[in-house]
Design a protein around this ligand. Structure first.
Ligand code: 5GP
Ligand code: MN
Length: 338
């Protein structure tokens, strides 16, 4: 966004303006953290703010301040639709294409007001009035900090905003491990700490909140369900709907499991392939130059970042796994490069 655009946007963010913040389907820490962080900033400036998410999000994010204001489109469709319909301004956080919002897509496409997209995914669609897109940013939460700062509103960033934004940054950077973590990321965190943020409390809330079932499912994935293919520097985990039900799966329970597969020495490409009642969802991760964004786009109707992406399949679990394995020889050279 240009300086002039920030001035324009600021002139629209006035008291009592009806604003709805939206994010992508299956919201993660960055989706919820950036949305609630921005929610608190705009609230403190007197705007009439709501947050709409397409569907449920994990329990380990439910400690966030004002988490209870979030409207789940799947559960409260009428309420969510009327909020978006009545909104004057719409924020689109942490998604680069409207279809990533699932069933909220129709309401967003029908929206006639001013929209502001803040996102860090590659290849953003050109649908918003204002676009703050930076693929080098660690997280949308970091971009929300920069957005607020560019508006000259750093005074509205307090400990509560910091808790939400830090949750987004820490989850999207894998606790500052991924290459997207920059000096700027750490500077933003330092500024949040100046405002009262206590990082250890956020780590405690996010990472020390496992259920017994979640940990047992992790053990099962690693000991029984992981295939390692050194020839392709690939490791993948497959879970059927039945297996997930056996471990009383809740949204978020397999978050991060794919990273264990990726952590094996020599492995550069990891996947988790998960069946649910409607389709198959896949998470892809890589180390180095092998682009899982491209892999997901080319083969599984998905996308994401170079080293973290997702996709889906309408085929059976067996057929999806067979397709995944059959694709590997095509990428063998790339997977074995460097
Ligand atoms: P995850 O595997 O954690 O669900 O997603 C990893 C990254 O890929 C996230 O940045 C997410 O936004 C993106 N992503 C996941 N699924 C899809 C998809 O179906 N399409 C696109 N374009 N991006 C996705
Ligand atoms: Mn993100």
């Amino acid at each position: 966004m240009t300086e002039l655009q920030y001035i324009e946007v600021k002139s629209k963010l006035t008291i009592n303006k009806k604003v709805v913040i939206t994010t992508h389907r299956s919201p993660d820490g960055d989706a919820i953290g950036s949305s609630l962080g921005l929610y608190h900033v705009l609230k403190s400036k007197g705007l009439d703010v709501s947050v709409v998410v397409p569907n449920a999000y994990p329990d380990f994010l439910k400690w966030m301040p004002s988490e209870d204001v979030v409207v789940d489109f799947e559960k409260n469709r009428a309420a969510a639709e009327s909020l978006i319909y009545a909104a004057e301004l719409l924020f689109c956080l942490d998604y680069n294409a409207i279809h990533r919002t699932g069933d909220v897509k129709g309401s967003i496409e029908a929206f006639k007001g001013v929209s502001i997209m803040i996102d860090h995914h590659p290849q953003p669609d050109d649908y918003a009035t204002y676009l703050l897109s930076d693929t080098s940013a660690s997280s949308t939460a970091q971009l929300v900090y920069e957005f607020v700062s560019s508006l000259g509103w750093e005074d509205s960033i307090d400990d509560v905003v910091g808790q939400c934004l830090y949750a987004g940054i820490v989850t999207d950077t894998g606790s500052f491990r991924f290459p997207s973590t920059s000096a700027r990321t750490h500077r933003v965190v330092a500024l949040l700490m100046d405002k009262g943020l206590q990082p250890h409390l956020i780590h405690q809330a996010i990472y020390n909140s496992n259920t017994e079932n979640r940990l047992k499912l992790l053990g099962y994935c690693l000991s029984q369900k992981m295939t390692v293919l050194p020839e392709f520097k690939t490791a993948f985990i497959v879970l059927s709907d039945e297996e997930l039900k056996l471990y009383k799966y809740q949204s978020g329970d397999t978050e991060g499991v794919v990273n264990y597969a990726l952590s094996i020495t020599g492995i550069r490409f990891a996947a988790i392939i998960k069946e649910n009642e409607e389709n198959i969802r896949m998470s892809f991760r890589s180390i180095g130059e092998f682009s899982v964004n491209q892999f997901a786009r080319e083969n599984f109707n998905g996308g994401g970042h170079t080293n973290a992406a997702g996709g889906m399949s309408e085929a059976t679990l067996e057929d999806t796994v067979a397709k995944f394995q059959a694709l590997l020889p095509k990428y063998k050279a790339e997977l074995n490069a460097k």
